[in-house]
Ligand binder design. Structure first.
Ligand code: GDP
Ligand code: IMO
Ligand code: MG
Length: 417
């Protein structure tokens, strides 16, 4: 069965860990990113070694698989080249093959400047995401297809530079790079990528189609999360792509015949950047969760805002993505916190004015003090931890099939449902 892994909250739920775990299965042939860009930071921990992926799919550590970057992903060639270098310095050439869609849009230097000047107010990652997607929709984007040869890329850079200089000047920003400098930097990074024998730029749709036809299973790795989706999230405090399941179809040009959709949820909630967050804990408990859970951004290092679990928002994520089940990560972080609260208001609103006014109605559950990091069977969890899981299942109407009890690849409980 093909599987889509989708964030149910405001990101950083542990999608990378779940993708890495599911990729182990022999029948899985490919792991696909289909939206977002280097704003994503997905962590995989293998025997104590931490890997952070921004553009590379989290199945990259398996040499016998193919990692696919679909057309919906926007690429910063320097970030991709650096990420591959870090990976190869640590893992050598023993990583998955990489197939990148020629239709991917490139993040250009002016996108990063516009991001900071225009979009900074919502607390973006500053990676040029919004402006790059804006240009893609505005039909001004530069794609990998345009980088087929140096002359063509140089022409496109010149065409876009004039307009961008004007735009940045009106916002009283500075843009000093020449088209020659941009071309030489981009060409160097792209040449390095193209020369790598494990990387191919080509037709993703065709390859996925053939892989499915031959019986291979595919994992689709969502970046960001439901509440950050451009159409369905807490607009305008969102990212600029479809991070709900819908992004999968347009971001690959491929419709899987069968698809299981697993929502990843942290045992509590975090958010980076601005925007309403009704269950936010601006107190010692929030700080404690941040410290125990190492809640600092994988991409920007910013402290993540922490709060209780929000059940109505999970039910919203269930409906938008038609989730089949949940994977709950970071249950271990709640150990020793004391009594636990979950928000149970009857409704969730993505109207940010209404959401910021909403007063959370909480249900209180008992906490536990036992260390659960080494537990691998649901039955062995403390009574209170089992009750917490069961109550979330009951309130959301979704089975929780995987439970994370530590950052390592092996720190997981597979629960029979
Ligand atoms: P993603 O963006 O959804 O892939 O999540 P991130 O990688 O940005 O953030 C999740 C963080 O939690 C990473 O540092 C993971 O290594 C860590 N993590 C994932 N699952 C667990 C878990 O079950 N327990 C603990 N303690 N850490 C986890
Ligand atoms: P992963 O895939 C958490 C947030 C930013 C900001 C908003 C818009 O690791 O879960 P952008 O740079 O995308 O224009 O910023 O979205 N954001 C994330 N928050 N995890 C992410 O990705 C995020 N990607 C973007 O903090 O509030
Ligand atoms: Mg992350």
């Amino acid at each position: 069965m093909n599987i889509a892994i989708i964030g149910t909250q405001w990101g950083d739920e542990g999608k990378g860990k779940i993708v890495d775990l599911l990729t182990q299965k022999k029948k899985v042939k490919a792991v696909v990113r289909y939206q977002g860009g280097p704003n994503a930071g997905h962590t995989v921990v293998v025997r104590g070694e931490k890997h952070a992926f921004h553009l590379l799919p989290s199945g990259i550590l398996y040499p016998d698989k193919t990692c696919v970057i679909g057309n919906g992903v926007i690429i910063d060639p320097a970030v991709l080249a650096e990420e591959i270098k870090i990976l190869e310095d640590s893992a050598g050439k023993k990583h998955a093959r990489i197939l990148i869609s020629e239709k991917c849009h490139l993040i250009m230097p002016w996108h990063k400047i516009r991001d900071v000047l225009d979009c900074g107010k919502i607390g973006t990652t500053g990676r040029g995401i919004g402006p790059c997607y804006e240009d893609a929709v505005g039909r001004r984007g530069i794609r990998l297809i345009d980088a087929a040869n140096k002359k063509r890329l140089g022409l496109r850079i010149k065409e876009e530079l004039t307009w961008n200089r004007c735009l940045i000047k009106t916002w009283k920003g500075k843009f000093n790079l020449s088209s020659e400098k941009i071309l030489s930097d981009y060409w160097q990074a792209l040449e390095g990528i193209k020369k790598n024998p494990l990387i191919q730029i080509g037709d993703v749709t065709e390859w996925l189609w053939e892989t499915e036809r031959k019986g291979g299973e595919i994992i689709f790795e969502g970046a960001q999360a439901t509440l950050l989706d451009i159409n369905h999230g807490t607009y305008p405090f969102v990212t600029s792509s479809n991070s709900t399941v819908g992004g999968l179809l347009t971001g690959t040009g491929f419709r899987p015949k069968k698809l299981e959709v697993i929502g990843v949820v942290k045992a509590y909630t975090t958010r980076v950047g601005s925007g309403p967050f009704p269950t936010e804990l601006i107190n010692k408990t929030g700080e404690r969760i941040r410290e125990i859970g190492h809640e600092y951004g994988t991409t920007t290092g910013r402290p993540r805002r922490c709060g209780w679990l929000d059940i109505p928002s999970l039910i919203y994520a269930k409906k938008i993505n038609n989730l089949d089940s949940l994977a709950m990560t970071k249950l271990d972080v709640l150990t020793g916190i004391g009594a636990l609260k979950i928000k149970v208001n009857p409704n969730f609103s993505v109207d940010t004015v209404e959401l910021s006014r909403q007063r959370p109605v909480y249900e209180t559950l008992s906490g536990w003090n036992e260390n659960i990091a080494k537990i691998r069977r649901f039955e062995q969890l403390p009574q209170a931890a089992k009750k917490y899981i069961k109550r979330v299942e009951q309130l959301t109407g979704l089975p929780i099939k995987l439970i994370g009890v530590g950052s390592d690849r092996r720190a997981i409980i597979r629960k029979n449902v």
